[in-house]
Write a protein that binds this ligand. Structure first.
Ligand code: PLP
Length: 371
C-alpha cells in the first residue's frame, strides 16, 4: 500500500520556529494560559491580518461564541447564520440560547446569498447578529452583506476559521465585519494543534472577551465574579506553535494555490467536473480544493475510488438546515447549499503533498472517468 495522502494535515515549519517558541515557554516556566507567547501571538496575528486587537482563545468555536456575546446576543435573539458550514459556526448561537435562522448560499461564492439575507430581514425583527462564513477560503460578498447589515443596524461576525490568508478586495477576511474568528485546529491552513483567535477593531470588546475567557474574574484581591465566566484562553505553549506557524502562512497559501492549479489543469476537461468559483475580486487561500460533479460519476464514487488508493477526500459540508439537531429552525433561500452538498467533493489539499502525490490523485480520477 502506498503512503496515505491526507486532506489537510498539520505542517510545522522546516526551520523549527515552533519548537523555539515552545522552548522559551518551558525555559521561563510559563506553562499557563498567560505569558509572552500569548501576548506576542495576539499582536503578531493582529498585525498580519490588519485588525486593531486580538484575543487568543482555546478554539475557533470559543472565538465565535465570544463574538456573539460581544455583539450582545442573548436569550431569544435571532441570529442569521450561513447554512452551508461546519456545525461549529452555529452551535455557539445555541450556547447563547439565541435562535438561529439559516441562510442559503449562492453559487458564485458558495457563501451567504445577500438576496436571501435581504429576504430574511423582511421576515424577522429582533435580529442581533449575522454570522457569515468564508468557506474553504472563498470570500463571501462582504460589500453587499455589510450594506444590508448596516442598513438594519445589525452586527456582522465573520467565521474566518477556514480563510486565514484569504483576501476580499485586498482586505483579509475576518477584518471587514465587527468581529472575525480564526481557527488553528489540526486541519486548518496553520495550526496550533487546537486554538482560535477573535479579532476586532473594537479594542474595548476584545478586552471584554479576554475577561470572559478568563472566568470573568474581577480585578480584586479575592475571587470576585459579577458575570458568567468561561475558561477559553489559549495556553502559552500552544501560542508558541502559533507564532512559528504564522511565519510560514504565506508559504502555505502559495502551496495550496499551486495544488488547486494542478488539479484544475489536469482535471477540468473531465466530463461533469466543475471547480469551485474563482472570482476576480477574491484572493483565496485555497484551504481545500473543491469540485462539484454534474454527470454520472457521483461524489461517493470519487471518494471510494480515492480511498482504495489510500487517499483521503470528503464531502462538502452538509448544510445546517438539513441537520437533525437544527431541524426546528427556519431556513431562508432555495436549494443552492443543498446542491453544493449533494454534488461537492473536497480533494486532498495537504501542503506536504509532492508532485508525485498530486499525480496519484489525478491518475486515480482519470482512471475512474476512463480516460
Ligand atoms: C474549524 C471550523 C470552526 C471551528 O474551529 P475550532 O477551532 O475547531 O473550534 C468553525 N467554523 C468553521 C467553518 C470551521 O471550519
Amino acid at each position: 500500500m502506498q503512503s496515505r495522502i491526507f486532506l489537510s494535515s498539520p505542517h510545522m515549519s522546516d526551520e523549527g520556529y515552533e519548537m523555539q517558541f515552545i522552548k522559551e515557554a518551558f525555559d521561563t516556566n510559563w506553562i499557563s494560559p498567560l505569558g509572552a507567547n500569548v501576548n506576542a501571538f495576539e499582536k503578531e496575528l493582529a498585525e498580519k491580518v490588519g485588525a486593531k486587537s486580538a484575543a487568543a482563545l482555546s478554539s475557533g468555536t470559543a472565538a465565535i461564541h465570544l463574538a456573539l456575546k460581544a455583539a450582545g446576543v442573548e436569550k431569544g435573539d435571532i441570529v442569521f447564520c450561513q447554512s452551508l458550514t461546519f456545525s461549529a459556526t452555529a452551535n455557539p448561537i445555541i450556547y447563547q440560547q439565541a435562535i438561529p435562522v439559516f441562510i442559503d448560499s449562492e453559487e458564485d461564492t458558495w457563501n451567504m446569498d445577500p438576496s436571501a439575507l435581504e429576504t430574511a430581514f423582511k421576515k424577522y425583527k429582533n435580529v442581533k447578529a449575522v454570522l457569515v462564513v468564508h468557506l474553504f477560503g472563498l470570500s463571501a460578498k462582504m460589500d453587499e452583506i455589510m450594506d444590508i447589515c448596516r442598513k438594519h443596524g445589525v452586527a456582522v461576525i465573520e467565521d474566518a476559521a477556514e480563510s486565514l490568508g484569504s483576501f476580499y478586495k485586498g482586505k483579509q477576511t475576518g477584518t471587514i465585519g465587527d468581529f472575525g474568528a480564526f481557527s488553528f485546529n489540526g486541519n486548518k491552513i496553520i495550526t496550533t494543534s487546537g486554538g482560535g483567535m477573535l479579532v476586532s477593531n473594537n479594542e474595548e470588546k476584545i478586552a471584554k472577551a479576554k475577561f470572559w475567557a478568563s472566568q470573568s474574574k474581577e480585578n480584586e484581591r479575592f475571587y470576585h465574579h459579577k458575570e458568567l465566566g468561561f475558561n477559553y484562553r489559549m495556553s502559552n505553549v500552544v501560542a508558541g506553535i502559533g507564532r512559528g506557524q504564522l511565519k510560514v502562512l504565506d508559504k502555505r497559501v502559495e502551496k495550496k494555490k499551486s495544488i488547486f492549479e494542478y488539479y484544475k489543469n489536469h482535471l477540468q476537461q473531465l466530463e461533469g467536473i466543475q471547480f469551485m468559483p474563482n472570482n476576480s475580486w477574491d484572493d483565496p487561500n485555497f484551504w481545500l480544493s473543491c469540485i462539484t460533479l454534474h454527470g454520472k460519476i457521483r461524489p461517493i464514487d470519487v471518494m471510494n475510488e480515492l480511498e482504495k488508493e489510500n487517499i483521503e477526500s470528503r464531502h462538502v459540508w452538509k448544510p445546517m438546515h438539513m441537520q437533525p439537531f437544527f431541524k426546528d429552525f427556519d431556513f431562508v433561500g432555495s436549494d443552492i447549499s443543498e446542491k453544493l452538498f449533494e454534488n461537492g467533493v473536497c480533494l486532498p489539499s495537504d501542503t506536504k503533498m509532492t508532485e508525485r502525490d498530486l499525480q496519484r490523485v489525478v491518475e486515480t480520477l482519470q482512471k475512474l472517468w476512463g480516460v
